[in-house]
Design a protein around this ligand. Structure first.
Ligand SMILES: Cc1cc2nc3c(=O)[nH]c(=O)nc-3n(C[C@H](O)[C@H](O)[C@H](O)COP(=O)(O)OP(=O)(O)OC[C@H]3O[C@@H](n4cnc5c(N)ncnc54)[C@H](O)[C@@H]3O)c2cc1C
Length: 562
């Protein structure tokens, strides 16, 4: 059903399950319930994957450092889920070699026991011994799966041979594997499209919020028209991330579940730094044990992250102090590479929806997930607190099992081995990829580098895109020659694009890579506007809206507009 049809259907009937929040946790449950035939509606007050789920460090990871907190169950689950993501969404999640530069041998030994005794104010830097123990355990959790190689340890000489620009003061480097998620936003969207493809019983609306209650019913508001809809579902799943407590309060549930911490990142356009890290993530800590990462993101580098308590998640912005902190930290690992503010092309910041806790340091707050149950009138409300991007599927499975039991249904399908979006029928070998690209060319006539360009973005859904593109005459955008009119048109019609910023920030990585200019902003708005039937005034409004979001939230200053 399209947006209008979904809203029309709400005039006459309520879904069995209402999910509030279109971040990865809400979407994970949506996909699982849809696969099991449940009548479910997901509403997201802004665009899908625009809250915490868009602020992540882009890692599908087991969380090696959580071992120190004794969170063995979480780490085991997370490494298994990391492997599943690599297998089910290989077009967007790839194995990520991760290098830890190590400056000490014994340091950090007391972190874990002191944490256990709750005597730790500040963790100390982890040395080679502690890291080795952690990596042995980490490998043990997935022994036999073989999705990623096991860890290695290099002494100083070998490490400097491999990574010549590394700080010569290092004593060792450890190399282990996690996963990188190139576009968490596209992955979330593809899960939604897969869920909706199950049938008319599963529908998702962006720009639609849980706005309050009315006469024992919950009220949804279409944020585009202001129109309200009163519903009485049998079950409400509150997956509003850092906004869970606020959403609950709207239903008269006065509980404190969230004690979130803010984390920020920068995207740098710095060729020397990008070359120095190669295809590796560098994962290290500063002298007081706080974790920092340098992450290869296309031809850019992401650097993050901070961990700062915050009250209102809407206030999360990357501050100038955080920028100084990140810039200084690069020097610890690559002392002869100078980074300055000119290299920053994008900033992002968000709140980890962690469970409220009295822990002494933010790093000690558990990253595990929990489900809490309350009631709105007679309707159960499940709050999905905490969790990691990586473990969304396992969390969703637990929530879905409970929801199915409540609804008196039995599970028909699991999601462990279900491919996601363009990960379906994935060509795993070089030969299979050539076959696939030839097939796209044969079936659509789209030749040259185009099939590969589409495959890199959309995986095997490239065929769908190519089929649409060739159905009418097409041309490239003047200011963004890597994009064509018909590709944008397809995104607009198939991928629930409502605003220009949805396309720039979440259906593509254009804004993330720092390639938006006043010229291409206007041109993309024009093409998108044609597809969505915008008049000139609406196009101007969208350009202004996107420019102001880019400036306010992402530090991107498009002087002519913001
Ligand atoms: C800085 C940082 C780095 C991280 N790095 C990683 C990492 O590398 N790997 C990893 O596995 N995890 C990472 N995480 C954790 C992970 O990103 C989060 O745990 C996860 O994204 C939480 O998803 P969520 O769906 O619960 O919340 P969200 O993504 O915030 O989704 C909640 C949604 O609810 C919507 N909403 C709120 N109120 C309403 C309402 N009234 N009506 C309708 N919708 C509403 C919001 O707009 C929001 O989109 C990181 C988190 C942060 C902040």
């Amino acid at each position: 059903m399209n947006r209008k049809e979904i809203f029309n259907s709400l005039e006459t009937k309520s879904p069995a399950v209402l999910i509030v929040g279109g971040g990865i946790n809400g979407v994970g449950v949506f996909r699982d319930l849809a696969a099991n035939g449940v009548d479910v509606l997901l509403v997201e007050r802004a665009d899908f994957c625009s809250g915490s789920s868009a602020a992540s460090s882009h890692m599908a990871h087991g969380g090696i450092r959580y071992l120190e907190n004794g969170e063995f169950r979480l780490v085991r689950e997370a490494v298994q889920e990391r492997n599943r993501l690599i297998e089910n969404a290989p077009h967007l999640v790839k194995p990520l070699p991760t290098v830890i530069p190590i400056f000490k041998f014994w340091s950090g030994l007391l972190n874990a026991p002191l944490k256990f005794l709750n005597l730790l104010d500040r963790p100390s830097e982890r040395g080679a011994f502690v890291i080795k123990v952690g990596l042995v355990l980490y490998d043990a959790f997935t022994r036999g799966q073989g999705t990623v190689p096991t860890h290695k340890f290099y002494k100083r000489e070998k490490a400097l041979e491999e990574y010549p620009r590394l700080n010569p003061e290092i004593k060792y480097t450890a190399i282990y594997y996690d996963g990188s998620i190139s576009s968490p936003e596209r992955l979330t969207l593809e899960l939604i499209l897969d869920a909706e493809a199950e049938g008319d019983h599963a529908n998702a609306l962006n720009y639609c919020s849980l706005a309050g209650v009315n006469n024992g019913k919950v009220t949804l508001r279409d944020e585009e028209t202001g129109r309200a809809y009163d519903l009485s579902p049998q079950l409400i799943i509150n997956a509003a991330g850092p906004w869970i407590d606020t959403a609950n309060r709207g239903m008269g549930i006065d509980k404190r579940y969230i004690g979130g911490t803010k984390g920020s990142h920068l995207v740098l356009h710095h060729d020397k730094l990008r070359e120095a890290i190669g295809r590796n993530e560098f994962f290290f800590e500063n002298k007081d044990g706080r974790i920092v990462l340098l992450f290869p993101f296309f031809d850019r580098v992401i650097i993050g992250t901070s961990d700062i308590p915050i009250e209102d998640p809407d206030d999360a912005r990357c501050t100038e102090e955080e920028v100084d902190y990140f810039i200084d930290l690069v020097a610890r690992v690559f002392p002869d590479i100078k980074v300055s503010r000119e290299h920053i092309v994008f900033r992002f910041s968000g709140v980890r929806p962690l469970e409220y806790s009295q822990a002494k340091t933010t790093g000690q707050i558990s990253r595990d997930h929990s489900l809490f149950e309350d009631r709105f009138g007679g309707i159960p409300v499940y709050s999905l607190v905490g969790g990691k991007w990586t473990t969304y599927r396992a969390f969703a499975e637990q929530v879905t099992d409970r929801a199915l039991t409540f609804l008196g249904l039995t599970r028909k399908r699991g999601t462990q081995d279900t491919p996601i979006g363009g990960g379906r029928d994935f060509p795993w070998t070089g030969y299979a990829l050539i076959e696939f690209l030839n097939r796209v060319e044969r079936e659509t006539g789209l030749g040259g580098l185009e099939p590969k360009r589409l495959f890199d973005k959309y995986g095997t859904r490239a065929l769908e895109y190519a089929t649409h593109i060739v159905k009418a005459s097409d041309k490239k955008l003047t200011s963004l020659p890597a994009w064509s009119y018909r590709e944008i048109e397809y995104l607009a019609h198939k991928e629930k694009v409502i605003h220009l910023d949805d396309l720039l920030l979440r259906r593509s990585t254009l804004a993330w890579l720092g390639v938006i200019t006043p010229e291409n902003l206007v041109e993309v708005a024009g093409v998108l506007g044609e597809a969505l039937g915008w008049d000139d005034r609406k196009k101007d409004d969208e350009v202004n809206r996107a420019a102001s979001i880019l400036k306010d939230r992402h530090g991107v200053n498009l002087d002519d507009y913001a």
